[in-house]
Design a binder for this molecule. Sequence first.
Ligand SMILES: Cc1cc2nc3c(=O)[nH]c(=O)nc-3n(C[C@H](O)[C@H](O)[C@H](O)COP(=O)(O)O)c2cc1C
Ligand code: SF4
Ligand code: SF4
Length: 292
Amino acid sequence: MKISIIVFSPSGHTLKVSQLFKQEFEKKDIKVQLINITKNQNYLYSNNMKQYLEEELEEHDVILIGGPVYAGHVEKSILRLIEQLPEAGGKHGCLAVPFVTYGGVHSSIALEEMGRYLKRKNRKSILSVKIAAEHTLTKTLSNVINEKKPGQFEEKIIADAVERIAKITGGDYEKIKDESKSFLYSGLPERILFNAFSQEFFHKKFKEVSIDTQKCIKCKKCISVCPVNMFDYSDDIVKMVLDKKECILCAECYHKCPVNAINYPYIEVARKRLKDGYIELEKEQSAIYPKE
Ligand SMILES: Cc1cc2nc3c(=O)[nH]c(=O)nc-3n(C[C@H](O)[C@H](O)[C@H](O)COP(=O)(O)O)c2cc1C
Ligand code: SF4
Ligand code: SF4
């Protein structure tokens, strides 16, 4: 069996999870290709994403695709990527495993929509995995939700998922079913809300990140951490070079700027929405669907 993993990970948690997946597969002598599309121009803006995927994706039986949950959805770069996947068949197997990391508050319809998009590309989702991770928007709030996660418990879930994938693919391929119906685990009102309103709907009016040039010491940290390459250095200043709508509000520039020169007004909205980090969390924090 061969595996390909594609991941988008602005703050690194989903990348960590994909590396854990890779390690677990490799313990079983299963070959894994890992493609990280974070900061990768070829995948984020290019109209030729399909062509890059055709060229870069190696032969695989199962494709794992992972990203973070943003506003109850999987971050939209991942949905775009699924839409651009090469047709299943030949060297691109038809089995898929969507996975997300989330801040423990609500993973809502993230896996559900990934399953739906994968189905449209003729991929059967054999299972899906949600992993609770540090809620990156709570780093500076009174309570950091899921600080230091993913940890040992989540590592066990990933190891279990790999066992299950190996078992499923070790059987009769013809009998393998699409299990995406089991990803509809959120309550109905929540599912209706998030299916009606996109990630963009919740975030677009807050895309107002800017640099305070009086404070900026031109360390270029924001250039290196922005997952969608909003910043650049030219004419001896660091500036934002893309349209504000391209910002995904990940807050990496805000958290990593050493002199507080990034204005990130969304943090106040997040503080209120997340009750300073004391919000009620999703019942089952990390899980594999379908349940055994
Ligand atoms: C803009 C934004 C929106 C988020 N929305 C949610 C959410 O709706 N539910 C949740 O539980 N966590 C949410 N999170 C937390 C992330 O899903 C979580 O920290 C995830 O592990 C980040 O993945 P990464 O480290 O791979 O970027 C959000 C984070 C950001 C920055
Ligand atoms: S991280 Fe802050 S100080 Fe460094 S270049 Fe960016 S805005 Fe300026
Ligand atoms: S500008 Fe800042 S908040 Fe927006 S995507 Fe880049 S790092 Fe994230």
